[in-house]
Design a protein around this ligand. Structure first.
Ligand SMILES: Nc1ncnc2c1ncn2[C@@H]1O[C@H](COP(=O)(O)OP(=O)(O)O)[C@@H](O)[C@H]1O
Ligand SMILES: *[C@@H]1O[C@H](CO)[C@@H](O)[C@H](O)[C@H]1NC(C)=O
Length: 331
């Protein structure tokens, strides 16, 4: 328990709206006519570097909507690490809890895309896997006073679970995104999140329920509720998502459709959705979850209309004013 002195000290810490414990990855993307075979060297026609990693993506979407954010992550003592830290600063994300290690390289995804749009990807999580309990302890003042904590599975699952538990002990709302999904997920994850948010394939892998329709998603969601989740969101691409809440069993299942848009690149749409949701949970804590989800659908729907991952994420100025209004929007 805290003594009086500590209490005064911690009360003077500035509280963050959203703290993300998660991954940073540098995407190294080459476009080529086809994918190379083993031992082969081919020439491509375009190369670019992008900022990715589910944790960082979600944090940056929340920051662009105006949330006061901090990222708890680990990068290498290398060029990509420095570059990523600058990217956080450029987006107004606090880097106080971004660690740099000499023991591994900044996480990287080497991606080759062919002219048919197919890809081959090698991910080296590197420094992300060195984020651990000590880093969480260092970030504890921020973590324990945050309005919302978000975590995923691109860092060590032990670290993600520990972050969720620390948040829970401090009455911080949590969003857990089990991505990429692992089949033998520790059952404590289901109980450690206020909102459990995944996509169709993740829901399917975790529950064994094949998810192709809204109805299927409802069944998978009910299974996740049985496992101890308080609220479940399953995103369904252009179909929006389904929301289930444990507290209201009779009326607890809602399909929240997405508005039709012309999608050009859906990479990172799920992360845009979760970043937006975190913003709403922190900024409008009493808003019904369905309303937040409907707005998060609209934010992610803007992101799919542009190419790129973070490059496609809208800022507050790019979004309709009513998405920031306290009043519930008519649907
Ligand atoms: N084609 C689309 N049209 C409109 N909204 C979309 C589209 N694709 C994705 N979205 C929005 O992005 C959210 C996440 O997309 P989804 O494909 O389910 O996630 P992931 O990126 O994890 O695969 C959806 O719930 C929806 O709000
Ligand atoms: C769900 O997210 C995973 C990443 O965790 C991705 O590989 C997969 O393609 C996504 N599934 C759908 C249906 O969008």
């Amino acid at each position: 328990m805290m003594d009086g002195y500590n209490k005064i000290q911690t009360m003077t810490e500035e509280a963050f709206d959203v703290v993300v414990v998660g991954s940073c990855m540098t995407d190294l993307v080459s476009q080529a006519p086809r994918l190379p075979k083993a031992g082969e060297t081919i020439h491509g026609h375009k190369f670019f570097i992008g900022f990715g990693g589910k944790g960082a993506n979600q944090c940056i979407q929340a920051a662009r909507m105006g949330a006061k954010t901090a990222m708890v992550c680990k990068v290498g003592k290398d060029f990509f690490g420095e570059n990523y830290i600058q990217n956080f600063k450029d987006n107004g994300v606090s880097t106080e809890f971004v660690g740099q290690t000499a023991d591994a390289a900044t996480g990287a995804a080497s991606i080759v895309v062919n002219d048919a749009g197919e890809n081959a990807i090698v991910i080296v999580a590197g420094a992300n896997l060195l984020l651990g309990g000590e880093d969480l302890q260092q970030a504890l003042p921020a973590l324990s006073h945050a309005k919302v904590l978000v975590s995923q599975l691109e860092v060590s699952p032990d670290t993600s679970l520990q972050a969720l538990r620390l948040a829970q002990e401090n009455n911080v709302k949590t969003i857990f995104n089990p991505a990429p999904a692992i089949p033998d997920l520790d059952p404590d994850f289901y109980r450690a999140s206020v909102v459990f948010c995944c996509n169709e394939s993740e829901a399917e892998l975790l529950t064994g329920v094949a998810v192709a329709t809204v109805e299927d998603a409802g069944h998978a969601g009910q299974e996740l509720l049985r496992r101890g989740c308080r609220s479940v969101i399953i995103t369904l691409g252009s179909q929006g998502c389904v929301v289930l809440s444990g507290q209201e069993p009779s009326t607890g299942l809602h399909h929240v459709p997405a508005k039709p848009v012309t999608a050009v690149d859906t990479t990172g749409a799920g992360d845009s959705f979760i970043g937006a949701l975190a913003f709403y949970m922190a900024t409008f804590p009493t808003m019904p979850l369905q309303e937040m989800v409907s707005r998060a659908n609209q934010v992610a729907g803007v992101s799919v209309q542009k190419i790129g991952t973070q490059a496609s994420y809208p800022y507050k100025k790019d979004l309709p004013n009513n998405l920031f209004s306290r009043q519930q929007l008519a649907n």
